[in-house]
Design a protein around this ligand. Structure first.
Ligand SMILES: [Zn+2]
Ligand SMILES: [Zn+2]
Length: 79
């Protein structure tokens, strides 16, 4: 069993596209998140805003699903 690197858990957390802080929290609405740091709201989209690639969103709870599998950009769009 290998211990993850210390910074890895922080990197795996979805950073807020607005302020860059990893303070995104899910709201009552599915696919909606709010940054508790800058208080901006974001929506998880199925099409990458950067490269236009469609993503299959299986689960909305992991940060991997908030990142484009093609270009690595955030799948979060400001609401
Ligand atoms: Zn923020
Ligand atoms: Zn992309």
């Amino acid at each position: 069993m290998t211990e993850p690197a210390k910074g890895e858990s922080i990197l795996r957390r979805a950073a807020c596209p607005g302020c860059g802080e990893p303070w995104l929290r899910p709201t009552q609405l599915p696919g909606r998140f709010r940054c508790v740091y800058c208080l901006r709201r974001f929506e998880l989209v199925s099409q990458c805003p950067n490269c236009g690639e469609h993503q299959t969103i299986a689960r909305m709870s992991t940060t991997e699903d908030m990142t484009c599998q093609t270009c690595g950009d955030s799948m979060l769009r400001p609401v």
